[in-house]
Design a protein around this ligand. Structure first.
Ligand code: ADP
Ligand code: ZN
Length: 525
């Protein structure tokens, strides 16, 4: 009886049903909301579509003060405000695109306490005059959406986001709720540090999307490959991501010629045409959108059956976000990536040509992880989830590698050689260097460091570079080695490596399947 009573008088539960028409909280939502209501900071890591917005909207309408939502995306703010208004919730937004008249009305609404939820851009919230206003209002809490934009390690760093921590000085008693769909550990730490979260409740939902099948194919005749694939989908909805505007147009045209209802979408296309493409796609009047990454933020179409990456994305986060737009309805969907190691080589060169050293470093590490996924020898889902710190050793059964596994061999000895080499170089060096030492390279750096004196030097001479890259990557994917992206991707052994080094457990490895030309050139560079 006590649970029934509690439910009855729980304002969160009541508003969940009466305002939003939902009957149950999703995993974690209730704890997160309660944290905000009781003044505790929180960090919410949930995949896109996981239900982050409700985490702040619901406690916002239950509290008696104002709730601030900081968001970097004007269109998303606008959408949410419209949706809230439709539910009779008083919400408003302030950013550079709002007229001064609207802005004045909003300020009045704040003063009178009529507005429950205010969406603001980071620039606006950091204006001293605005902060002064806030100090005079009763604030429930501050939600920081897309919080990964705070982090230099994130794929979407926004300098003004990095400054949000100063709000704490002016509003010391207001709790923060940071939300993001990006969950690598470096980003996570950065968010906590930069927003000065105090003993936050950290919630992370599983990032697994079991209904999405991950497939990587070697790219050999891309236009034909895509055409054949799309025709087999028989009118199902899909998105094809390309690395350039020009390619989206070429590919879209080639599909149209093959009788597919396709349209291109990129930032260079006129606003009206883009809007109309989006509308047609949502109404199923167009089946395939061929797009650059400009397409997708905030897209809510549940029945997308496939996402194709015509080109390899720059990071696992992007890959995950983009593929995650498929199968929102929970029905089977497929994510196909066409991979050519030469594309990877080209991207790597572009990254290395950048001026800013910090960015160069971050992007190179992010891309390495993406490339490792493309070249994986073990379950791709494990690689993706492992990247988001979600460890499992159960292969998924729903990716190309699980469904059509590569050849396996007894890899214990190789693993021992590789792990002890990581150990011998002091766990201070990245994968390239470890492979050089294993293969007995005469490179100047190896000699200078005295690594030609190590017992593991040249231990793997008889195998190719590809072989050792593959072995090390598999060990990373299995969680036996960590790659520390804050320290030049230095390889470090985890506790799980010990029983392998001692030979206490067996270990199967896969023979490499894709020729790693990209890494080959990297080493001889
Ligand atoms: P995110 O911001 O994490 O990408 P959203 O907040 O947009 O996700 O939520 C995705 C969808 O799930 C929305 O349609 C939302 O209304 C719905 N949703 C969220 N929480 C619940 C819930 N407890 N019960 C049912 N639907 C929910
Ligand atoms: Zn798998």
């Amino acid at each position: 009886s006590s649970t029934a009573e509690k439910t009855q008088f729980d304002p969160l539960q009541q508003q969940l049903e009466s305002t939003f028409g939902y009957h149950q909280f999703r995993d974690g939502q209730q704890d997160i909301m309660q944290a905000a209501m009781t003044g505790r900071d929180s960090l919410v890591l949930m995949p896109t579509g996981g239900g982050k917005s409700l985490c702040y909207q619901l406690p916002a309408i239950c509290g008696d003060g104002l709730t601030l939502v900081i968001s970097p995306l004007l269109s998303l703010m606008q959408d949410q405000v419209e949706a809230l208004k439709a539910l009779d919730i008083s919400a408003a937004t302030l950013h550079s695109g709002v007229t001064s008249q609207e802005s004045m009305a909003t300020m009045q609404g704040l003063q009178s306490g009529d507005i429950k939820l205010l969406y603001v851009s980071p620039e606006r919230v950091l204006q001293p005059s605005f902060i002064e206003r806030l100090q005079q209002l009763k604030l429930n809490f501050i939600a920081v959406d897309e919080a990964h934009c705070i982090s230099q390690w994130g794929h979407d760093f926004r300098p003004e986001y990095g400054k949000l921590g100063v709000l704490r000085n002016y509003l010391p008693n207001v709790p923060f709720m940071a939300l993001t769909a990006t969950a690598d550990s470096a980003t996570q730490h950065d968010i906590i540090e930069r927003l000065c979260l105090r003993e936050p409740l950290v919630h992370r939902s599983s990032f697994d999307r079991p209904n999405i099948r991950y497939v990587v194919q070697e790219k050999y005749k891309p236009l034909k490959q895509v055409r054949d694939y799309v025709k087999k989908q028989k009118g199902a909805a899909g998105i094809i991501y390309c690395g350039s505007r020009k390619k989206t147009e070429e590919l879209s045209e080639s599909l149209q010629q093959a009788g597919v209802r396709a349209a291109p979408y990129h930032a260079g296309i006129e606003h009206q045409i883009k809007e109309s493409t989006l509308r047609q796609f949502l109404r199923d009047d167009i089946d395939v959108v061929v797009a650059t990454v400009a397409f997708g933020m905030g897209i809510n179409k549940p029945n997308i059956r496939f996402v194709i990456h015509f080109d390899i994305p720059r990071s696992v986060e992007s890959y995950y976000q983009e593929t995650g737009r498929a199968g929102r309805d929970g029905l089977p969907a497929e994510a196909l990536m066409l991979y050519d190691p030469r594309d990877a080589q080209w991207i790597r060169r572009m990254i290395e040509d950048q001026e800013n050293e910090q960015r160069r470093l971050v992007e190179a590490q992010k891309f390495s992880a993406m490339q490792a996924m493309a070249e994986a020898q073990t379950c791709r889902r494990l690689v993706v989830l492992n990247y988001f710190n979600e460890y499992s050793d159960k292969e998924c059964g729903n990716c190309d590698l699980c469904l059509d596994p590569p050849q396996r061999y007894d890899g214990l000895e190789d693993a021992q050689k590789a792990l002890s080499c990581v150990y011998r170089v002091g766990q201070q060096f990245g994968i390239n260097h470890v492979v050089e030492v294993l293969r007995g390279s005469k490179a100047q750096r190896v000699i200078e460091l005295g690594h030609d004196q190590l017992s593991t030097y040249g231990l793997g001479k008889s195998e190719t570079q590809e072989h050792w890259f593959s072995v090390l990557r598999q060990l990373i994917h299995r969680g036996l080695i960590l790659q520390d992206i804050r320290r030049f991707a230095a390889l470090q052994l985890t506790d799980a490596a010990r029983p392998i080094l001692k030979g206490e457990v067996p270990l199967e490895l896969a023979k490499p399947r894709i020729e790693l030309t990209a890494t080959k050139t990297r080493i001889t560079d």
